[in-house]
Design a binder for this molecule. Structure first.
Ligand code: SAM
Length: 243
């Protein structure tokens, strides 16, 4: 899960450089929480995927531990009955699904060049290591525009990329209005927050503060499993940059 985790050692020092002791770190698009788990102090994670946030909330605050393995029948049952145990649904919908795509193809056991792999038990072990690092995070779910953000926060947005496919959400990002999003960033910056965004391109009032060539698991036509080389970028809202 979470391609940004690959760059956490490079982008977090930039994002957190001027953070003051009690300043909040906010992720309105937290998804699998792979970056926010590497940050400490006051933290708030939000995502539109209610089930996923219920999982993180229950795992960190109510000691919920999912099963190490789920059969295909159990996976299908949970998919059809999402609201029976929303917190378990949030876990299963990602960790038992191929490529971490929200309720995509059942992951299960696969024969690979490296031998037999059980993606579900691998995901279980990874998530068990992640959960302790998320203790103390506040979890919310909803649209980013409805999120209440403490004054003077650092906001990092790992949005669905323009023209690709969201592994977590499983929908084409054409559903996400990028122009509304950039306006929301400007509005938040005017309110005194510091804004960082991961995207391939941004309007000119956003300055590219880091970039790196990387292999993406998304192919050019947006299907998981491709090997597209792309330039990952981090932008910071810098109105002085407008030409
Ligand atoms: C690129 S993923 C974030 C991945 C994350 N950084 C991680 O560590 O896994 C983008 C996330 O944005 C969420 N999302 C899409 N539209 C949203 C909206 N309108 N408000 C809040 N979250 C949204 C998706 O559910 C998805 O989890």
């Amino acid at each position: 899960m979470g391609s940004k985790a690959r760059f956490s050692k490079e982008i977090l020092p930039i994002i957190l450089k001027d953070r003051t002791a009690d300043q909040w770190y906010i992720e309105p698009f937290a998804g699998g929480c792979n970056l926010i788990c590497e940050v400490d102090g006051n933290r708030l994670a939000n995502d539109i995927n209610y089930y996923l946030m219920e999982y993180f909330l229950n795992a960190t605050q109510n000691n919920f531990t999912p099963k190490e393995n789920y059969t295909k029948d159990e996976y299908k049952f949970i998919q059809k009955n999402k609201d029976l145990k929303p917190f378990e649904t949030g876990y299963v919908g990602i960790c038992c699904s191929f490529g971490g795509k929200w309720f995509g193809r059942y992951a299960g056991v696969s024969q690979t060049k490296q031998g037999t792999r059980n993606y579900i038990t691998e995901a279980f072990r990874n998530v068990q290591k992640q959960i302790p690092k998320l203790k103390g995070v506040q979890f919310k779910s909803g649209d980013y525009r409805d999120l209440e953000i403490p004054n003077g926060s650092i906001i990092y947005c790992d949005i669905p990329y323009n023209g690709t496919y969201s592994e977590i959400e499983g929908y084409s990002s054409k559903d996400f209005n990028h122009s509304d999003f950039w306006d929301w960033c400007r509005q938040k910056a005017n309110q005194g927050h510091t804004i960082f965004v991961s995207e391939y391109e941004a309007p000119t009032d956003f300055e590219c503060v880091w970039q790196k060539e990387a292999k993406s698991s998304l192919s050019a036509n947006g299907v998981i499993g491709g090997n597209k080389v792309s330039v990952e970028k981090l932008f910071k809202f810098s109105p002085a940059n407008v030409q």
